[in-house]
Design a protein around this ligand. Sequence first.
Ligand code: SF4
Length: 287
Amino acid sequence: MRSLTEVFLELPEARPSLLDLKIEILDRILEDCHCCERRCRINRKAGEKGFCRLTDLSRYSSEFLHMGEEPELVPSHTIFFSGCVFACVYCQNWEISTCPDCGVPIEPVALAKIIDARRREGAKNVNFVTPTPHPHTVLRVVRELSENTPVIWNSNMYHSREVGGLLEGVVDVYLADFKYGNDECARKYSKVKIYLEVMHENFKFACGTGEILLRHLVLPGHLECCTGPVVEWVAEHIPEVRFNLMFQYRPCYRALEYPEIGRGLTSEEQMRAIEIVREAGLEDLLV
Ligand code: SF4
């Protein structure tokens, strides 16, 4: 008897496909940009630029097999996009995130060939880093893939709800930052508004459509205002996610302009953060 895969491969290719339709919708979203919840409402296809200073051309700064991600993901074929919709004052990748015109312009067919080759080399997945302003490019690249490769959306989760809906069925794993436990810290350190509302909506929606590996970077002096409330919300609303408490914070980029975060974490802060997660009953994974 023939396998289901053999039967599937014999089916005529549907055109336009659902993916084609999603790409068409994303192109329209770009013309009145609301890829993220900043909703700049400018026409990136006409070369206009909003907060992220990106047109519709996406670039990547590097691609490689990453061995330092969470254990179940490695080797992970990591592709770093240029530009970002956040402006984190402590960004470790600020040279890339603040330079939307840096890097290699993405041609979907060419990048898909690289991803296929990495998959054959042993990559467990393709890991799109900082994809929030680039969903149109991610889907175009995915459309050109020949190998069956799980897709990771490695993101700040600030995409618009419209984009969130279009990612359903395309993204397998959300490697998702939940940085702040209140809007004031989000505004101060990342120039972001309505942070909690967007996080709550996007995390709940993503939870029903893919797997979530949630990352929380512990900030010095922010256990009570950020770590505690993030953990509490996750434990109450999406306790099934993998919760990754991260202690990699270093005062990079402009962090020294903010004395309260101009230092590394103390060992007491690290211990306390672990305690908060364990007290809430979440499964934590330290990397
Ligand atoms: S991606 Fe976000 S920040 Fe960039 S132009 Fe669109 S709405 Fe604005």
